[in-house]
Design a protein around this ligand. Structure first.
Ligand SMILES: [Zn+2]
Length: 425
């Protein structure tokens, strides 16, 4: 998902989805030592005590596992899952997903038990338990993948269909037939009368389709725009005539020629519209980064970048728009000294974390000089900044690297930039 449009962070479920997506990607990258990582999906409405009973059965089954270490790890993971389940009287409104298992840190014997409890952004409809070498994140990932919806109307003089498209997925909402006769009149009818009746009928039909389309598509959450398609010139008559609500007309992104109407026509549009939709999405991102580049280029004092500056102005509540590159993979790591309690922090690339933790063993505390440093907490830098933005009511835009501007944000400005509400120092 890409949030091209700036949004008030406090009200945005897109940001929650983005964070969830990052968490899931992190979880998907983890691997167990053997088949000992548990994924549990509990849909809303499922009784917790029933889920607990199933876990007790799994615990029993696990006693048959031959490898002693795997058996111990699986049973411990099931125990932890049960402990988490106990905290709920019933599943939350969208259900509950728990991932738990022993993750090797650095080779055999270095596993540490990790537990993640997630609430999905929309109701899950599966009850699912797996014990595998990896976490099963696909059902949740599917949920966060593509949220922007586009309305599609495919129309010719005989039939029409109203549908939505999200990513590659389409959903037909309603089909219509016009009941309008073809262009050839029956014998004996006056040509002019025939034409008049036919036009009236078409007019009624266009109104009917337009009104229903408005009603249906207005209810679609996250509707970003409209695509009108169909074979021949009918789609243009439909758009140019006074049928569609004017606010809807402004949402039209493209008209696309198709060979078919009906569901097949929608399929053609899904295939042909990907470029158009990408263009729309990235145009918004481009505009936002260009705005930042303008502030920098004209030295207005409103454009700032770099983690230190951005964090400072964000915390002070002066940031209007926070721009972060989706490709940022930095961790904010807090280390603590066991001996004197001194806490230090550092920003490191995610990929360098294992080495960082290893190196820590041979590093001494700056204050007391003892070699007893350990990682107390790690935070995803992007998540951390978005959290501050949420508190301060700043807008947030996540920028892909699909545009030149996005690449520039990442490579030339360290992936973090902001536009201030007013000039400040
Ligand atoms: Zn110390």
């Amino acid at each position: 998902m890409r949030l091209g449009v700036p949004m008030s962070a406090s009200s945005s479920d897109s940001i929650l989805r983005f964070k969830l997506k990052r968490t899931l990607e992190m979880l998907a990258s983890k691997e167990g030592r053997g088949t000992e990582l548990i994924s549990l999906y509990v849909p809303p409405g499922r009784r917790i005590h029933e889920v607990m009973a199933n876990r007790r059965e799994e615990y029993g089954t696990a006693s048959n596992i031959k490898s002693r270490t795997t058996r111990k790890n699986v049973q411990e993971a099931i125990d932890r899952v049960s402990q988490r389940l106990k905290l709920f009287k019933e599943p939350p409104e969208n259900g509950l997903v728990i991932f738990c298992g022993a993750i090797p840190r650095d080779g055999p014997g270095t596993e540490r038990m990790e537990t993640y409890v997630l609430e999905p952004p929309e109701p899950i409809n599966i009850y699912f338990y797996r014990c595998d070498a990896k976490f099963h994140t696909e059902p949740l990932l599917e949920m966060v993948r593509e949220r922007d919806a586009y309305g599609v109307i495919v129309i010719d003089t005989s039939e029409a269909v109203v549908a939505t498209v999200r990513g590659q997925r389409m959903e037909v909402l309603q089909q219509f037939t016009s009941g309008v006769a073809g262009k050839h009149r029956a014998g004996g009818q006056s040509a002019r009368r025939f034409e008049r009746i036919r036009e009236q009928a078409l007019n009624d039909y266009y109104h009917r389709v337009a009104n229903h389309a408005y009603e249906l598509l207005n209810k679609v959450s996250g509707l970003k725009g409209l695509i009108i398609g169909g074979p021949g010139p009918t789609k243009h008559d439909f758009i140019e005539g006074d049928y569609l609500n004017y606010m809807f007309k402004e949402k039209i992104l493209a008209t696309i020629d198709t060979s078919y109407v009906g569901e097949q026509g929608v399929e053609e549009i899904v295939a042909k519209s990907q470029d158009v939709l990408r263009g729309v999405r990235y145009l918004e991102e481009k505009k936002l980064v260009q705005k930042f580049l303008y502030e920098i280029g004209h030295d207005t004092g409103l454009g700032i970048y770099g983690e230190t500056q951005v964090r400072r102005f964000l915390t002070a509540g002066i940031v209007d728009l926070l721009l972060v590159s989706e490709k940022m993979n930095m961790l904010h790591v807090y280390t603590k000294c066991k001996n004197c309690g001194t806490v230090e922090d550092a920003l490191i690339p995610q990929a360098g974390f294992v080495k960082y933790e290893q190196d820590l063993l041979s590093t001494t505390c700056k204050k007391c000089n003892s070699a007893s440093l350990y990682v107390e907490e790690t935070k995803d830098l992007v998540d951390e900044l978005i959290d501050i933005a949420e508190k301060q009511n700043a807008n947030v835009a996540l920028i892909s690297t699909e545009t030149d501007e996005g690449v520039m944000l990442k490579d030339s400005f360290g992936g973090i930039a902001a536009i201030l509400r007013y000039k400040a120092s």
